[in-house]
Design a protein. Structure first.
Lengths: 194, 274
């Protein structure tokens, strides 16, 4: 898709600039991708402050570690999302530990760390749900549920198993099957686009 | 998805991609990727492109302009404020504020490690101290043992002298200054050796000693000086005399100045003729 190719090329050019410590290139990269990453983080955290903190850490890491980016391992956007997700998961796990220390039971940790979302956040979250669901609608509910809990809530397979009161092996199988189906769909779509 | 040799990593790859892997599992998979497995590297790459694709489908949401501003400010001040190694700099809490400078000056103390090291150091000091004490005690005991060995050797030599057939026994009687005193000399002229044992000799004032003389025709010869214990008893190994072929006529004990005298000068307190 030409638009995708343009986006990929622009991201690569921006990354080259960031590696050269070009602040303008970084600003361009940020302006282009921050709203998308922020939307993703708002899905992980309904608390806007947490989402902005993680967004900031993510782009700071991009600035500091741009020289480690290897284009043979994926697009700059995939690298950026990977950083955002790792940072987000780390933060969620920290919050979970804190909530466990402060409040006790594991099962309710996610609800306890969330504050009341703003109207803007609620709309964004609903949009995010719709978008993601379009992509995942073909998956069986249990596979979709396990993947969503991992992807957006930062739960490990062990935590998902506890949360859903389902054996660990079953959760692993659901995640594996769901991801494989998404992988196949992705490959198929790429072939069609090519 | 992965090659047949990597089946055990296939499930792990999906867990990592979904974000459901634990830190340990992530490390295992990362190590596997670093080993150069092409199939897993490719699958991993594709999964992350899928993830990016999902995220790209979200309705963009503009973050607060403050985030951008903080980042750009931090970037311009980076060289001045942030050391190269300071990864994970906490931008949310301010850029270049005094809190950070304090951190740069005072590194974080990891208390569990610090306490652990302190205990280890204390244990080391105690251990070293005990080893030193043990070493000193061992040295003292070795000295005592050596002293006992010498004493035993002396006793054995004395016993051997007494048991030797050629040894003569000379009884020395007390003279006027100490009439109750007595002594015995065991003398072996052939071996040019002897032993003196005294009884009831009075203690002498400071600076004075008893001196034994072996008197031959040529004159008296110094046979040794001694001081008795509080009960008046003493044992002295007699010194060799210059010419043992010449017979010793008598043994006598005089009181001399500390260190002894080349010739008898003081009062005679005991005497015995062979």
């Amino acid at each position: 898709m030409p638009a995708d190719l343009d986006q990929h090329a622009a991201a690569l050019v921006a990354m080259q600039g960031i590696v050269r410590r070009d602040a303008a290139a970084f600003a361009m990269f940020y302006d282009r991708h921050a709203p998308m990453v922020f939307a993703f983080l708002c899905k992980m955290f309904t608390n806007r402050t947490e989402a902005e903190d993680v967004l900031q850490e993510t782009f700071w890491q991009v600035w500091r570690e741009a020289c480690n980016y290897d284009s043979s391992r994926g697009s700059p956007v995939a690298w950026l999302v990977q950083i955002a997700r790792s940072r987000g998961i780390d933060r969620l796990r920290q919050l979970r530990l804190k909530a466990q220390r402060d409040a006790g039971p594991l099962e309710d940790w996610h609800d306890k760390i969330q504050t009341q979302p703003t109207a803007e956040m609620t709309i964004a979250t609903e949009d995010a749900h719709l978008a993601i669901h379009n992509e995942m609608d073909k998956l069986p509910l249990e596979q979709r549920e396990a993947i969503m809990l991992a992807f957006f809530n930062g739960l490990t397979h062990q935590e998902i198993s506890k949360r859903l009161l389902t054996p660990l092996g079953t959760i692993k199988t659901r995640i594996r099957l769901g991801m494989q189906k998404l992988y196949e769909a992705f490959k198929e779509r790429d072939c069609v686009n090519d | 998805m992965t090659n047949p040799g990597c089946q055990r990593f296939e499930g792990l790859c999906t867990l990592v991609a979904a974000g459901a892997a634990t830190h340990e599992e992530q490390d295992v998979f990362k190590n596997h990727l670093e080993e150069g497995c092409l199939a897993c590297n490719e699958a991993h790459k594709e999964f992350f492109e899928i993830n990016a694709d999902w995220v790209n489908q979200l309705t963009p949401l503009p973050p607060s302009p403050l985030v951008r501003e903080r980042l750009l400010t931090a970037m311009t001040q980076e060289a001045e404020i942030i050391p190269q190694k300071a990864k994970g700099f906490d931008l949310a809490r301010g850029v270049g504020r005094s809190r950070y400078k304090e951190r740069a000056t005072w590194p974080t103390i990891h208390w569990p490690w610090a306490i652990g090291w302190a205990f280890a150091a204390l244990f080391g000091i105690l251990l070293f101290s005990n080893i030193q004490k043990d070493r000193q005690a061992t040295q003292k005991m070795e000295a005592q043992l050596q002293s006992l060995h010498l004493a035993v050797a002396e006793k054995e030599a004395a016993l051997h002298l007494i048991k030797t057939r050629q040894t003569q026994v000379v009884t020395l009687g007390g003279l006027a200054p100490s009439p109750n005193a007595a002594a015995k000399v065991f003398w072996n002229a052939q071996a040019n050796t002897g032993l003196l044992i005294t009884f009831d000799l009075p203690l002498l004032p400071l600076g004075k000693v008893y001196q034994l003389w072996a008197i031959q025709d040529a004159g008296p010869f110094d046979a040794g000086i001694f001081s008795p214990d509080p009960e008046g008893t003493s044992t002295l190994k007699i010194k060799s005399i210059p010419d043992p072929q010449q017979p010793v006529g008598l043994f006598a004990i005089t009181i001399e100045s500390e260190g002894g005298s080349p010739q008898p000068t003081g009062e005679m307190v005991l005497k015995g003729t062979i």
